[in-house]
Design a protein around this ligand. Structure first.
Ligand SMILES: [Zn+2]
Length: 455
């Protein structure tokens, strides 16, 4: 399919209009106006649409088509706050072109992703105006940037029995060398705060001869949780972990980029024991990990102050594999601390909402998508079994039973959540073309499947 200048101009106009609405969910600003605009875009291209109340931003749903195959597309129209405004080259809520890029808050995350798909949908419908032989449910959320507080509840009430084949995730990435990535999974997350109090008030440090110190207690408690290879030493921690399937393992066995490039980029130097150039990518994809995010207490000002602090605090996060429920892991952590004699270390759960997921990359839509991405981006697609990071995809994967499919236009220098967020115009165009042909290919495979089922 050819992308005419008209199609591209219309898509840019739609993106401009959407970026101009500062739909900052953290400030509950512009949410209704943006939801209305999203609904209008869906309605005018043939979707039956509706809005549903969320905690902050309404959910917009568009539905069309019918058939044995169901595609769910998930996007979000809310954006991160634009602060710090002084660091933007141009005003954040004005879509601005500079040297082949479009700048603006939400230009990538996630309004650019959404508009490229809508433009692709329009292009596809021009060529295929008849009845759609598969079911398409488009869900556009307004609370993604504040952690999707009502997404699970909304999906349960609006789609109690819906099953889907594929969930086209809200974003996808193009790597530094221009290769499109298909993301098949996310890790889960558990974030906790540990606190230890050993006295009513800070004491003279000479009393360290008889009283224990909360920072020592916390250091010892945390040290008991992990070994130098990153292996987590909590009893039962790995029990539920779902092992990667053969194709995911094969995909992760050949890293798409060398360890050295990641080291050069991040300045990261000290590898965990057992992690090397051959295994690092498998670790990123499959291994749970435990991070100490912060460790606070006592005196950390200039010069010496001898003190025996009365309290200490640490924050930890676990990135979890599919099969590890964060609430269960929190219970195991509590049991571990008690069993090791750290029952005076208090634990507060900060986040236990996001479960890890990993879909089977042998789903036929994945190879279909990979071939079309290669066609439009001119580079072979990289199929990545799982992000090393977390995303709230489990309602789609577990409840709908959908295969996760993350493909999009977010490039290496997109500056997500930062000043000067941007997309490449060439990627925008590629994603419009890809989307149109992906819809067409799903259409054909749905027709083929129906014919096969009838025969
Ligand atoms: Zn974001």
């Amino acid at each position: 399919m050819r992308i005419s200048p008209d199609i591209l101009a219309a898509a840019r106009n739609d993106l401009s209009a959407l970026v101009a609405i500062p739909s900052v969910s953290a400030r509950d600003e512009g949410m209704e106006a943006c939801a209305d605009e999203v609904e209008r875009l869906l309605a005018e291209t043939g979707f039956s649409t509706g809005q549903h109340k969320g905690d902050v931003g309404p959910f917009v749903v568009g539905e069309t088509g019918d058939g044995p195959f169901t595609l769910v597309i998930y996007n979000h129209y809310d954006v991160q706050p634009e602060d710090p405004i002084a660091l933007w080259t141009d005003p954040p809520f004005v879509l601005t072109e500079r040297s082949g890029r479009l700048y603006g808050r939400g230009s990538a995350d996630d309004k650019g992703e959404f508009i490229s798909r809508i433009a692709g949908w329009n292009l596809f419908r021009q060529a295929h105006p008849g009845p759609l032989p598969f079911k398409l449910i488009w869900i556009v959320e307004g609370e993604e940037e504040i952690g999707s507080p009502s997404l699970t509840r909304f999906l349960d009430s609006r789609f109690p029995d819906t099953k889907a084949d594929l969930c086209w995730w809200e974003f996808g990435e193009v790597d530094k060398s221009g290769r499109p990535i298909i993301l098949m999974g996310f890790k889960g997350i558990l974030a906790v705060e540990l606190e230890c109090r050993t006295a009513r008030a800070d004491l003279h440090s000479s009393l360290g001869a008889i009283f224990d110190n909360p920072l020592w207690r916390l250091a010892a408690a945390i040290a008991s949780l992990r070994d130098a290879s990153g292996r987590i030493l909590i009893d039962g921690f790995y029990d539920g972990v779902v092992a990667p399937d053969a194709r995911s393992r094969a995909l992760a066995a050949t890293p798409p980029f060398p360890l050295e490039s990641l080291q050069a980029e991040t300045g990261g130097q000290r590898l965990l024991d057992g992690v090397d150039a051959e295994t690092f990518y498998e670790h990123l994809n499959f291994e749970p990990c435990l991070n100490v995010n912060g460790f606070h207490g006592g005196y950390d000002g200039e010069g010496a102050k001898t003190v025996l602090p009365c309290t200490g605090m640490a924050k930890l996060d676990f990135r979890l594999a599919p099969g590890q429920h964060p609430v269960h892991i929190a219970a195991l952590l509590r049991r571990h601390l008690d069993a090791k004699g750290f029952d005076d270390v208090e634990m507060k759960i900060l986040d236990a909402e996001v479960l890890g997921v990993r879909s089977d990359p042998s789903h036929p839509a994945v190879d279909l998508g990979a071939a079309l991405l290669e066609k439009w981006f001119g580079r072979p697609a990289v199929i990545q079994p799982s992000s090393a990071a977390s995303g709230l995809a489990h309602p789609f994967v577990h409840k709908f039973g959908a295969t996760l499919f993350g493909a999009g236009l977010t490039h290496h220098g997109a500056m997500l959540h930062s000043p000067d967020e941007n997309i490449l115009i060439s990627h925008f165009e590629n994603m419009i073309g890809f989307s149109a042909e992906f819809f067409a290919a799903l259409c054909e495979s749905a027709v083929t499947r129906e014919a096969a089922a009838d025969a």
